[in-house]
Design a protein around this ligand. Sequence first.
Ligand code: ATP
Ligand code: MG
Length: 213
Amino acid sequence: MPGLALLGGTFDPPHIGHLRAAIESVEALNLDELRFVPCALPAHRAIPGVSAADRAEMIDAAVSGQRTLRCDRRELSRPGPSYTVDTLQSVRDEVGNGTPLIWIVGADAFAGLASWHRWQTLFELAHLVVLTRPDAHALIDPRLELELAHRATSAPLDLRTQSHGLILRLQIPLLPISSSLIRERLAAGRSIAHLVPEPVCRMINERGWYRRL
Ligand code: ATP
Ligand code: MG
């Protein structure tokens, strides 16, 4: 069974925290492919300053040369808010019912999962992998605690023998880098060298993105 995982986000812009998280996930879960899925219109936050097509282009530049990583543009062609449940349904329709599918989220995104559109349906479509720091002790929503109580596994192999429905908390060293931090640096006229891959850095500087918050 091929191992396919998706990492959704705004990627405004993509940074080395996303890339390291992706690479750690590929290695830990023995994935054949991990796709970054940029949202067109985020459901939970302000409209990004850089267009979805441009954010996808930055992802292409960020992952170039990484065999297992790529950008999936399916949310760009869908009108209205980008709901993960619609994205997973569309991938599920493509790969068929028996194929394992993984949706990856950072711990910060997982904490708000119960506010996502039709969030409980996500477990009927995919497994959930939550990236956490080894030292994380965050309090979480009781509705998520409940899901964790009967869906949690610590064995990556389980995510290959079942097609959906499990939650695995993957402990990886998360870099303390966010797109917000990068946008703030750029708006203040400061350097973002080594926070984003070099080709992304060049693209941002050449096109003058994020100069103002
Ligand atoms: P922003 O500051 O604008 O929210 P972000 O850095 O959190 O940006 P997103 O596009 O919101 O980036 O995140 C996409 C996914 O990547 C989310 O699941 C998020 O939790 C995860 N993520 C973001 N930064 C990191 C990081 N440094 N390490 C691991 N995962 C991350
Ligand atoms: Mg975020």
